[in-house]
Structure formats: structure tokens, C-alpha cells
Design a protein around this ligand. Structure first.
Ligand code: SF4
Length: 152
């Protein structure tokens, strides 16, 4: 199983409303959306290896503080992503994937609490835009929760 590389991780509040998330940016995004906010993620193998040991120690460190684990991409490392999501759930975290695809493999989907789908399209805007092509979905109910991102 090829080990996924990650560019970095941050503790974030906006990617999943209501959650304190550990957010991993995974290298090697194949989609190359025009106007991509993170072109440094395109190159396969950039950043450092997200080994099982490193991943688990980050989750263990933030356990009790962070509530959710978010992957920015990584669906192209299916087996590894599934096993990392499973570990997050065992440790009591909610899980979320931000993908540029319209849908992902069901085996990934069942490990997720939320999924953000859709490519970046500058003219339509992101999740905080009424015209966006992107969707933020609660997987269990298939509910579209984009309204949580729209500022009044
Ligand atoms: S899916 Fe995200 S990271 Fe990948 S090219 Fe599109 S905007 Fe960039």
C-alpha cells in the first residue's frame, strides 16, 4: 500500500461547521481545477509521508480537544484513506472528506460523517456561495448542508 504524502495539517474551524477539525492536506490531487487555491497539492509525493505512526500520534495528541478529522483529498489512496478514517472513528472523531469529485467509492463514503463534493469553479464560488456547484452533505441522511456556510 503506497503511503500517502501530506503537505501539512492544521486545526481548523470553518471546514466543518460546529467542529474543531484536524485537517490533513494530501498531496497528488489529479483534478487540476482552474484557479485551484492549493496547486502545491498537485504534485504527487510532495510534502512528507503520512505514516500510520505519524497519523495516529497526531490523532492521539488532539484527542479530547479536536472533534473531527478532515482529509483534503486523498481519495486516490483508497485503502489507506479507509484505514485512516476507521482509526479516526475508533478514537471518537467525526470524519469528513473534501473531494473535487462528484462522488467517491462507497467503501470510503461509509466511513464519513460528512463529504464535500465538486470541483472548484471560480465563477460559481465555494460553499459560501448560493451559486456553487459544490455540496456539503451529511452522509447518513444525504442532507445537503450548504446553508451552514452561507453568511447572513
Ligand atoms: S480538487 Fe481542490 S486541490 Fe484539487 S485541483 Fe481542484 S481545487 Fe485544487
Amino acid at each position: 500500500m503506497a503511503i500517502m504524502n501530506f503537505y501539512d495539517f492544521h486545526i481548523v474551524l470553518q471546514e466543518v461547521p460546529g467542529e474543531i477539525s484536524i485537517c490533513f492536506s494530501i498531496s497528488g490531487c489529479p483534478l487540476r481545477c482552474e484557479g485551484c487555491h492549493s496547486p502545491f497539492l498537485w504534485k504527487k509525493g510532495s510534502g512528507e509521508k503520512l505514516t500510520k505512526k505519524k497519523y495516529e500520534s497526531i490523532l492521539d495528541k488532539y484527542s479530547g480537544f479536536a472533534t473531527c478529522v478532515v482529509f483534503m483529498g486523498g481519495e486516490w489512496h483508497k485503502k489507506e484513506l479507509i484505514s485512516y478514517l476507521k482509526y479516526a472513528k475508533v478514537k471518537g472523531y467525526e470524519t469528513c472528506l473534501y473531494t473535487g469529485l462528484e462522488k467517491v467509492d462507497d467503501k470510503i463514503l461509509v466511513q464519513l460523517t460528512w463529504i464535500k463534493t465538486g470541483r472548484w469553479n471560480q465563477s460559481l464560488g465555494g460553499l459560501d456561495s448560493e451559486t456553487t456547484n459544490q455540496e456539503f452533505i451529511e452522509v447518513k441522511t444525504n442532507k445537503r448542508l450548504n446553508y451552514l456556510f452561507i453568511k447572513n
